[in-house]
Design a protein around this ligand. Sequence first.
Ligand code: SAM
Length: 279
Amino acid sequence: MTEESPALYVVPTPLGNLSDMTPRAVETLRRAAWVACEDTRHSAPLFKHFGVSARLLAAHEHNEEAAAQQIVARLDAGESVALVCDAGTPAISDPGARIVARARAAGHRIVPLPGPCAAVTALSASGLADPRFLFCGFLPAKARQREEALRELAGQRHALVFYEAPHRIVETVDALLSAFGPARTLVLARELTKLFETVHACALGEAPAWLEADTNRRRGEFVLIVSGAPPAQDDGEARRVLELLLDEGLPVRQAVKLARAITGAARNTLYELALRQRE
Ligand code: SAM
């Protein structure tokens, strides 16, 4: 099948550097009868730059269901539709999944184009050896919900990939530190593909000071990657340290706090070990 045949084309767009637009993405947008955009005003300069003159449809998180119906109607009429978001790949922490599901349910072909995605771009430069990763997107904004989400992730062996905006970067890094302890590696990837691109890897315990040292380090869009929880044998060290502290008569809370500072083991794991030892 050719790019012109009616289908829903899922088209990634640059994260910041226009040269990252692939020739296939340009061609697909030029040929599509319609382009569904998260924000038509935001995408307008991109379309102008690449000579895209398709009719535009708005498809954002607040109208995704209605947009899906409109898009299915266009596809039913034999017209092709390209779906873009403000930057990166649609449906990755962005609207798109419901549109894709509706179009497929209506019997239409979905054609995904490979291209820019902040998570994958950051992972490629992370240097982390974890063989697997878990994409977590944005953490909840409210502290209690965020803590709960992180508690669930603390024992995960996979590298964890988060998205974060500049106004929450400091509190999110603090929350990662309290949930996962100081020893795991944190990779901060900011302003990827842009002028002030920075990819910095450090121990989670060192990250707040690194951010604090320069206000520029707290600016821009971030991907945060935390290395996976250490393998089970490390629990052995945590268990020994905890045992010593509890034998010295320290209350569980304090023993967990110290064991965490010494071994970097997750708070949850330590609490579980402490309770088992108490039993
Ligand atoms: N769909 C996009 C993708 O494929 O990566 C993600 C969209 S999400 C609404 C926006 C978030 O992606 C930002 O808050 C940031 O966490 C991340 N992001 C986007 N552009 C970035 C960049 N140039 N550098 C680092 N992170 C970026």
